[in-house]
Write a protein that binds this ligand. Structure first.
Ligand code: KG4
Ligand code: ZN
Length: 386
């Protein structure tokens, strides 16, 4: 089955064309073409993702990203003139995205129907104004090309991201930890498409905590990579009395799988405020390292508890925060200690992308066995729970 996937839940505009085979027992994927336009630079000055800017940028980027994807997939044969009916359909569906409608119609004659069986689109969780652009684009393409749409969960996408190259090695049930800018959750993957949530953050997501702590340390957005860079610097130096410092490990002994990162952020806020002299580089490095150590200690402790309490055959850690080297390293260590195979996405698949949405769309389609319709009545669900 060939799936064209669209991802616009946050600040990345992604489209990917994937061939999926093997069903739920032995899913196998081949990426035929994919492209991504990142808006990260544009959102920097706002210190976070600015929803109406994200919506505008997705409108601008979707058609060029689609064209690049189709070209890479060898699907760039010349198209035909757009009929007046098609024009009307596109204009109606994209009523709230006039800029996108205009670009799509001006390029439509160069966009013939690719050889696809379905379109997968992220319907949530994420920023609703951003999600809507992708959803309405999927609906417009579905109507024009007469192909069904598979509404897809962004978090299932993050879980599925580990399946691209090593699907046949992952033995289920698996314990999956998802750590991104919007989520920090533990799941048990009982079968592909079947997930049981064990627990997760009660307040800030892990990526959000990295970003907020970075902001307190006067570091640019997104803060995760900045904290990571400073923490690595601190680890490369011999500890001194001024760099020895302990933060709390929130909820480490709570006996459940819930997490809380807002207290540790407040702890950093007071530490910075109480600083009599200016926050120097060494102090920032120390805070960054200790913050990483504290949050990773909690994540590892709870993952370890889950391995004790549940029948688990493998470990998955996915989401944007898996770009963090220390987190990867500590989970590698846990995997070795517990003789439990660990699956992490490649760096390109760790952060938001459309390939993972194609993979999740396939799993969802196979698991539900539902038949999806052309131009279905879909809604964005910013707080969708997997
Ligand atoms: O999964 P993702 O790309 O987007 C969401 O779905 O949220 O995750 C983005 C998050 C941001 O909060 C970013 O700061 C964090 O991942 N991140 C990192 C690192 N690289 C990105 N956090 C810690 N260390 C990193 N190296
Ligand atoms: Zn994400």
């Amino acid at each position: 089955m060939k799936i064209l996937a669209i991802e616009t839940s946050c600040d990345e505009t992604g489209i990917s064309l994937v061939e999926a085979t093997g069903g739920l027992e032995a899913p196998h994927f081949e990426v035929l073409g994919e492209a991504l336009a990142s808006q990260a630079e544009l959102h920097k000055e706002y210190g976070g993702v600015y929803p109406s800017l994200a919506k505008r940028e997705h409108q601008k980027n979707l058609v060029p990203v689609l064209q690049e994807t189709l070209k890479k997939a060898g699907e760039a044969s010349p198209g035909t003139e757009t009929s007046p009916e098609t024009k009307e359909t596109v204009t109606t569906i994209l009523e709230r995205e006039p800029e996108l409608a205009e670009i799509l119609l001006s390029e439509a004659s160069k966009l013939p129907k690719p050889r696809i069986d379905a379109i997968a689109v992220t319907v949530g969780p994420g920023l609703e104004p951003a999600l809507w652009v992708g959803i309405n684009f999927a609906k417009a393409l579905s109507a024009v090309w007469n192909v069904p749409v598979i509404p897809t969960d962004h978090m299932e996408g993050h879980i599925a991201s580990v399946l691209l190259s090593r699907s046949n090695e992952i033995s289920l049930p698996s314990l999956a930890l998802l750590v991104s800018g919007g989520h920090s959750d533990y799941y048990i993957v009982r079968c592909w498409g079947g997930y049981e949530r064990l627990g997760g953050t009660r307040d800030d997501a892990l990526g959000e905590a990295f970003d907020k702590v970075a902001h307190l340390l006067d570091l640019p957005y997104p803060g995760g990579p900045e904290i990571s860079r400073l923490a690595e610097k601190a680890r490369s130096k011999a500890p001194t009395p001024t760099t020895t410092y302990q933060m709390p490990r929130p909820m480490i002994g709570s006996g459940d799988y819930d997490l809380s990162f807002s207290g540790i952020k407040t702890h950093v806020l007071y530490t910075v405020r109480n600083q009599s002299d200016k926050l120097n580089e060494e102090r920032k490095e120390t805070i960054a390292r200790e913050f990483e150590d504290a949050v990773i200690d909690v994540l590892i402790a709870k993952a370890s508890n889950a391995l004790n309490e549940h029948q688990i055959n493998s470990l998955i850690v996915a989401g944007g925060v898996t770009a963090n080297q220390e987190l990867r390293q500590r989970f590698e260590e846990l995997s070795q200690e517990r003789e439990m195979p660990l699956f992490l996405p490649s760096p390109e698949l760790a952060t938001d992308n459309a390939t993972m949405i194609a993979l999740a769309g396939y799993l969802n389609h196979q698991h539900g066995g539902k038949t999806y319709s052309v131009n279905p009545d879909l809604k964005a669900d910013g707080n969708k729970i997997l």
